[in-house]
Design a protein around this ligand. Sequence first.
Ligand SMILES: [Zn+2]
Length: 315
Amino acid sequence: MKLRRISRLQAFALAFVVGGILPGFRATAVVAQQCGASGIALQVLGSGGPELQDKRAMSSYLIWVNGQARVLVDVGGGSALRFGQSGAQMSQLQVILFSHLHVDHSGDFPALIKSSWFEDRKDALPIYGPPGNDYFPATTEFVTGFFGDHGVYRYLSELLVSGEEGSYKMQPYDVLAEATPVAVFRNGDIATSAVRVIHGGVPALAWRVATGGKTIVFSGDTNGDGEGLPRLAANADLFVAHNAVPEGATGIERRLHMPPSVIGQIAAEAHVKKLVLSHRMLRTLGKEEQTLGEIKKRYTGPVEFADDLDCFAVN
Ligand SMILES: [Zn+2]
């Protein structure tokens, strides 16, 4: 079930009504509970790409487990605000997963971490992402570049540097993966695995998150080449794929991203139960009918286009 915008507005209205009856009851608490209040849900924090004119936050996804925001995948520009609007708390997160370190997937990371400083987080915060190359830092280097002893935000180094007195510590890791899924992070009922995907020359990962018997797979940015993504997505309850280019894209656009026909082919091959299209850009917005047509030729399951803050219950 997808919660439509109208139900969010109704929830806000309800929050005000309840707030009026019970002084001190915070509206954000009601909003937090409506996505994933019980069971598993995916909330799209950012459904756009790097262009600000798409009027969407950049890539970011939250997995809710029984009313707690547990897993965050990517933190693109604008998504920190959406994180706050979702009602999530940094102290609830068990892990942050990066698909890759382009700005539209990582730009709000320091804002998110700074926000956590005002919360009562005690547990270490593991952060996983790709290794580096000549053009991109490794995930460990990315985090250290902000919060290490010599980082640009070294005034917050207590949250990273061992021996300093922070309320909690970030724990960054670089994930070496190929086309065979590798188990990465496990904590209680949450298990994640990753494969390497092809996104031009950018070190990039696709992620699979399993919890409560449900699985959600994130393609990240990729041109769809290779066997890793269909393997990782096999039988997923929800497959989030990036609709960054239209059918017929060529050149650099096509070398970086998969067109709808490839998304449909992978969704079909992997037998995913539902497909959500995100990372929508000016070049794909307005072409939904054509996009859907190409996908439906190959994949017959349900398909939804994501908007910011959309909530998809995973049943
Ligand atoms: Zn991107």
